[in-house]
Design a protein around this ligand. Structure first.
Ligand code: SAH
Ligand code: TRP
Length: 336
């Protein structure tokens, strides 16, 4: 681990050359399966993060606006209910919505430390320096890492209640089993009777509304999806003909999740130089790049219960599109 300290900002960097490894492992694994698949965390290089910001501003992509509306209406209540002194945020990105919570904590006089964790180093550093400017006295302890592997590196809680925020519906990007395991690992960051999970989940709704959110008119989401292949080309010396892949997004009505895929327009052979690997694509063969699960109250409660958490308040926006929930650990969770 590499730590840099400057003023009120500490940044721990847990990703290094080994993480090209993680991409290499995921590509080797995912592209040699009977149904090709790559995990979504590799979307977010600098260009991917920029495209994601543009997605959040699209009229079709309602989750960001809906979650922001909930935070605008309820941040003060959340802070009053939890007494939050410390905010840990997983997949913090640009922390745009998080600022509403930090502001409410500051106004309540409880704000002490913010611990953002994200795979994208630039965003961690930029957000950290902006926030210590905006909130004199705030300590930001950023972690450049992977929340699937690096939760044990989140610093021990300080005095006062901790809230762990996992916003944007990112938890829905994991299939059900992995999602419950991840929630259980997150639960280990929480002290029973003291700390809280603040979880953002997108809700099941009209499939047309859902599908439009992941297949916008101007094609920004399509560009974001294809950018994954640019990442593989650059990092692993591959030769994907990126333009020869078509963006596919549909709502799986049985599983109640959105699936994003990339469909090869023609037969292709792709060379992944760094792995010495040749991958064949049949015409119209698809590569799955993301799922985004949509929640019912039952699914939310079921996942949290299975992870050792108890669901408390559930807040929604006026249109009932998105949910923000507070939950607490049910008992001391045994160490891993
Ligand atoms: N929380 C923000 C961003 C959501 S996009 C919002 O609500 O708008 C998902 C974010 O999670 C991105 O910033 C991405 O870089 C980060 N991310 C995705 N997978 C990750 C992983 N495995 N570990 C850490 N961060 C991850
Ligand atoms: N967590 C977000 C979601 O599932 C991530 C996301 C939004 C996303 N739009 C996307 C990921 C488009 C890939 C492509 O809604």
């Amino acid at each position: 681990m590499q730590r840099t300290v400057s003023g009120d900002v500490v940044v721990d960097c847990l990703l290094g050359p080994a993480d090209e490894r993680s991409l290499a492992d995921d590509v080797l694994d995912g592209l040699t399966r009977p149904f090709k698949e790559l995990p979504p965390k590799h979307f977010y290089d600098t260009r991917g993060a920029e495209l994601f910001d543009r997605i959040c501003e699209l009229p079709e992509y309602y989750p960001t606006r809906a979650e922001r509306a909930i935070l605008e209406a309820h941040s003060d209540d959340i802070v009053a209910r939890t007494g939050a002194a410390e905010l840990v945020e997983l997949g913090s990105g640009t922390a745009a919505k998080t600022r509403l919570l930090l502001r409410a904590m500051d106004d309540a006089g409880t704000l002490r430390r913010y611990v953002p964790l994200d795979v994208t180093e630039e965003m961690i550093r930029r957000t950290a320096s902006e926030l210590v400017e905006e909130h004199p006295g705030l300590v930001v302890h950023g972690i450049v890492g992977d929340f699937e592997r690096h939760l044990p590196y989140v610093p021990a809680p300080e005095d006062g209640p901790r809230v762990v925020a996992f916003l944007g519906g990112t938890v829905g990007n994991f299939p059900p089993g992995t999602r419950r395991r991840l929630l259980r690992a997150i639960g280990r960051l929480l002290r029973p009777g003291q700390d809280w999970l603040l979880l953002g989940t997108d809700l099941v709704k009209d499939p047309e509304v859902l599908e439009a959110a992941y297949d916008d008119g101007p094609g920004i989401t399509a560009e974001f999806n294809r950018n994954l292949l640019c990442v593989v080309n650059r990092e692993l010396d591959a030769d994907f003909d990126v333009g020869a892949f078509e963006h596919v997004a549909f709502f799986d009505r049985e599983r109640e999740w959105i699936e994003m895929r990339l469909r090869a327009c023609r037969r292709m052979r792709v060379r992944v130089g760094a792995l010495g690997l040749d991958v064949e694509f049949a015409p119209r063969e698809e590569l799955r790049t993301e799922i985004s699960a949509k929640f019912t109250p039952e699914r939310l409660a079921g996942d949290l219960t299975a992870a050792g958490l108890a669901l408390g308040d559930v807040l929604t926006d006026p249109d009932g599109l998105f949910a923000l929930s507070l939950s607490t650990p049910r008992r001391a969770v045994a160490a891993a």
